[in-house]
Design a protein around this ligand. Structure first.
Ligand code: PBG
Length: 332
């Protein structure tokens, strides 16, 4: 990098900004459909679409429509889809056994997508919150979120998803030791090629609110997730978490939320050079959509700018609810 620059008028930065052709020629970062992972919400039934009110433009889909959505995503060149189930309150227990039921909504959806849209990669969420009467990502006893007991449950959940055909497991729970436990269980079970995208640096964030509505976890959750998700004030800790998860067998790592944590994305990529993803979470999406609906910002431009920023920060890809919309735009 040339760190000194000639003085004006030897340098005129505007020379290369004069026309679209010149601007394109020197553009440093690109956003492509290959950078996208599309998170989708599942619900029971047939031919069901339920709008998520706090995420304008996002809906829960029944299994048949999720298969259609996966086919549409594959046709748009989106490489991966990530499944999040809305779980009926009657299936939520304190012991969370629905999480590793081979016939739960997620596992049925994985099989259906792999059978009918074999080319798209299917990613899952590994965490107990959709199935937990307490709404937490881990097992709760006397108000304490248990770590090691939760890891045992998460391993069962991960194996059920791998058996169903998942390509990428996404542990979003932030328990300690879960990556190593999952990796060794996958090896023993013959699932040596199942990838893990660890939610390694996941912050205790206010930006998850709309998601908790979408999966029906808002009602169950009491309190916050600060004993397992990260303090938003911390940065070195994110580096230590990523180092730990890579050492335990994560193939890829994630920073979450995205836009308020671009400094973390940059540090993680610079430090490890590992495949690094950001999750543009529900609250980030909701803010852009709400402002756009009010005519306060240009929604399409804000979408592209927000996603490009992740690439510029060093991310290899982005989980975003905008995946189909931005893919359509990129394909003209
Ligand atoms: C929970 C989970 C959350 C998200 C993904 N998995 C919410 C939480 O931790 O409470 C958030 C995604 C989003 O806000 O878009 N395991």
């Amino acid at each position: 990098m040339q760190l000194t620059q000639g003085a004006h008028p030897v340098t005129r930065f505007r020379r290369l900004r004069r026309t679209a052709a010149l601007r394109n020629l020197v553009q440093e970062t690109t956003l492509t459909t290959g950078d996208l992972i599309w998170p989708v919400f599942l619900c029971d039934g047939v031919n069901q679409r339920q709008p998520v009110v706090s995420m304008p433009g996002v809906e829960r889909r029944s299994l048949d429509l999720v298969v259609e959505a996966a086919a549409e995503a594959a046709a748009l060149g989106i490489p991966a889809i990530c499944l999040f189930p809305y779980t009926d309150p009657s299936l939520k227990t304190a012991t969370c056994e629905e999480a590793w039921n081979p016939e739960n909504l997620t596992n049925r959806a994985i099989r259906a997508i792999k059978a009918q849209v074999p080319d798209i990669a299917v990613m899952t969420d590994v965490a107990l919150d959709p199935y937990n009467a307490h709404g937490h990502d881990g097992l709760v006893v006397d108000g304490i979120i248990l770590n090691d007991e939760t890891v045992v449950a998460l391993v069962k959940m991960a194996l059920a998803q791998a058996d169903a055909g998942a390509d990428i497991l996404g542990p979003s729970d932030m328990m300690d030791g879960r990556i190593g436990a999952m990796r060794s269980a996958l090896e023993s079970a013959g699932h040596k090629d199942v990838a893990i995208l660890s939610y390694a640096a996941k912050y205790a964030s206010a930006f998850y609110g709309p998601f908790r509505d979408a999966v029906g976890a808002s009602g169950a959750l009491k309190g916050d997730k600060k004993t397992y998700q990260m303090n938003p004030a911390n940065s070195d800790e994110a580096i230590r978490l990523v180092a730990r998860d890579l050492a335990e067998g994560a193939d890829m790592v994630m920073v979450k939320p995205g836009m308020p944590y671009l400094d973390i994305c940059h540090r993680v990529k610079e430090t490890f050079g590992a495949p690094t993803f950001a999750y543009q979470v529900s609250g980030e999406y909701a803010m852009i959509q709400a402002a756009a609906q009010n005519g306060w910002i240009d929604g399409e431009k804000a979408m592209v700018e927000s996603l490009m920023a992740f690439k510029r920060a060093g991310c290899d890809g982005i989980l975003t609810y905008y995946a189909p919309a931005v893919a359509r735009l990129l394909r003209g």
